[in-house]
Design a protein around this ligand. Sequence first.
Ligand SMILES: [Zn+2]
Length: 108
Amino acid sequence: MPAIKKMPQRKCVGCGVSKNKPDLIRVVRSPNNEISIDLKGKKSGRGAYICKNEDCLKKAVKGKKFDKNFDMKVPEDILENLLQQLRESDNPVSADTTGKNKQNLTVL
Ligand SMILES: [Zn+2]
């Protein structure tokens, strides 16, 4: 008998890999077309998920994955906010002490 509890899986819009929901950040478009970051996963509306890493966000932005998913342009401040969230939750293994820490997404 499978003792492992099945986690709900969601697909990252950046890399396209399905992961456990807690490993992803949800971005949601509310019924009145407001896009926000849904850290608790409880807001209603259409959701898109992204891994908690910058690479996926960059891929998603570059490929306009969010825009396509939501059928509208995602405001830049949302993307920047998202980037901050990713950085906070990421706890990088390799700390950026080499002076190559970019502050902004190059694609923005
Ligand atoms: Zn991803």
